[in-house]
Design a protein around this ligand. Structure first.
Ligand SMILES: Nc1ncnc2c1ncn2[C@@H]1O[C@H](COP(=O)(O)OP(=O)(O)O)[C@@H](O)[C@H]1O
Ligand SMILES: [Mg+2]
Length: 509
């Protein structure tokens, strides 16, 4: 009778339960693993053999044992080293060197040659899936236990080594289930931003626009000559974003856990992600894809910022492919096994120079670009993706006196407080709309309900629409941005001044 142990595979951002069947019989020595296992899994034979030997047990590599491991479902491609522990334990059971019950337990972990366990990726989504499928317990490397125990309702047992895992399973060793409630509550999001608003001199208009963008989750484009602080401003925006709520934090941590990108010694992410892929980045690295499926930059930016510096330098197709995710908050990826959908609700922050050399329109410097080059560059700033951008601002050259005169200490912190308060108002207002937290996520019915404006505001907007400077979509954007400006002022009513300010940030050319 083969032994059956439950484990899990990671496919994109989803975990799937895997059944490992292990059969040991006397015969010519062999050790085979079947079921679409990749090279890492094939290599696990060596790790498992050494680890068992180091733990003082009889290794399949040094005996006349025919060992067959089958990983089901067979059609699913499996990768990684997380099957080391279940296979090793399965072999010990099959060869009658151990005795314990395997039902109701998910076992995962990578072994090192001396039998200790190394961290694996995706512990959080595996724990989440295990709970969903009704498993009672998950046994995994100790360093992943805190992360997995973010999922309530399943017992999480962290073990240090193969030996400890076996002793625990055979009831010779007590291990108390991992918990992290106290720590989760206590962790303050690290305040280690590369730059914050205090560092930036002048550019008050840009700072104000970023404050609005951060509050309402509005996409923003900054345009201006090189060296005026656009990159600096975008980076500083990360420092004024509110920390993730617990629900959001779980969403984001799952993505980073499954992608193997959780920072060491951290089991939950509390700061919003800030991703800034280079303009030479490929479509797949931005959007996601591959087999097994991996998350792209837009998914890694979920609930945070996607910063596209030198925006018009990105390939047209790449920019085009951002449209659907920006509209829907998810990205749909076509794969041989059907469509996969990954979360991608980010705030786009884009920066652009006026032309490839940066001097176009400068009264003092000469532009060295050919007319065709400028045209091609500018055309990227009129594409349909511009329809998804709510705030357009110019970041001008500033005078020397302004560069040196100002004392901004504490400004960043003050803006952040305002943003946090404005977000709280929005969250409360949108609490009945699932997974919507900010004004930018409002659709037609919510805009109608929550963005009422006075008759005189309507007159102002009517003029803009009638004169052709404001499209229908543009009209809705103005309403959403006005709502955010009113929220920043803690005003229930959207006033004329809010609408006027919102109009200031629309695209003009
Ligand atoms: N408003 C500003 N306040 C303080 N430093 C600035 C400002 N603008 C530019 N700088 C300085 O110039 C450098 C280049 O700015 P950067 O943000 O890269 O410009 P851009 O992205 O617009 O080309 C920054 O690293 C910073 O040292
Ligand atoms: Mg720059």
């Amino acid at each position: 009778m083969p032994v059956k142990i439950f484990s899990a595979a990671i496919n994109g951002l989803e975990a799937q339960i895997i059944e490992a069947e292990i059969e040991a019989s006397y015969g010519l020595r062999s050790f085979n693993i079947v079921g679409l296992a990749d090279k890492t899994i094939q290599e696990s034979r060596e790790r498992i053999g050494s680890a068992i030997k180091s733990s003082g047990l009889k290794s399949p590599l040094s005996q006349a044992v025919k060992l067959l491991v089958s990983l089901a479902p067979a059609g699913l491609k499996k990768e990684g080293s997380l099957y080391d522990l279940p296979i090793a334990l399965g072999y010990l059971l099959a060869s009658k060197q151990a005795l314990f019950k395997t039902g109701g337990k998910i076992i995962i972990g990578e072994l090192s040659l001396n039998g200790t366990l190394r961290p694996i990726k995706g512990a959080l989504i595996i724990a989440s899936k295990a709970k969903e499928k009704g498993f009672e317990e998950i046994i995994l490397p100790e360093s992943n236990a805190k992360e997995a125990s973010l999922i309530k309702g399943i017992k999480t047992v962290g073990v240090k080594s193969l030996k400890d895992a076996l002793a625990y399973l055979e009831n010779r060793l007590k291990i108390s289930p991992a918990s992290n409630e106290r720590e989760t509550a206590e962790i303050r999001p690290p305040d280690n931003f590369e730059v914050n608003m205090d560092w930036i001199q002048g550019q008050e208009l840009a700072k104000r626009a970023l404050e609005i963008a951060a509050s309402g989750g509005h996409n923003i484009l900054m345009e201006g000559p090189p060296g005026t602080g656009k990159t600096l401003l975008a980076k500083a925006m990360a420092s004024i974003l509110p920390p993730l709520s617990f629900e959001e934090s779980l969403e984001v941590t799952k993505i980073y856990s499954a992608s193997g990108l959780l920072p060491e010694n951290s089991f939950i992410l509390k700061n919003r992600p800030f991703r800034s892929p280079h303009h030479t980045a490929s479509g797949a690295s931005l959007i996601g894809g591959g087999n097994p499926l991996s998350a792209g930059e837009i998914t890694l930016a979920h609930r945070g910022i996607l910063f596209l510096d030198e925006f018009p330098e990105f390939h047209r197709d790449v920019l085009e492919s951002l449209r659907q995710p920006m509209e829907e908050g998810t990205v749909s990826i076509l794969r041989s096994s059907g469509r996969a959908s990954l979360p991608a609700r980010f705030t786009l922050v884009a920066a652009a120079n006026p032309c490839p050399c940066g001097n176009f329109g400068d009264p003092e410097k000469e532009c060295s670009c050919l007319p065709g080059q400028i045209l091609r560059y500018r055309r990227k700033l009129c594409g349909p993706i511009m329809d998804r951008i709510d705030l357009f601002i110019k970041v001008p050259q500033i005078k020397f006196e302004r560069l040196t005169a100002q004392e901004n200490r504490g400004q960043s912190e003050k803006i952040k407080e305002k943003v946090i308060e404005a977000r709280a108002v929005q969250e409360e207002r949108l609490k009945n709309i699932p997974k919507s937290f900010t004004n930018s996520e409002m659709a037609g019915p919510q805009i109608e309900k929550f963005c009422k404006i006075s008759d005189s505001s309507k007159q102002i907007l009517k003029k803009a629409v009638d004169s052709g400077t404001l499209s229908a979509r543009g009209f809705h954007k103005i309403l959403k941005v006005s709502r955010t400006i009113a929220d920043l002022e803690k005003s229930e009513e959207i006033k004329n001044s809010h609408v006027m300010e919102a109009l200031m940030y629309r695209k003009k050319d």
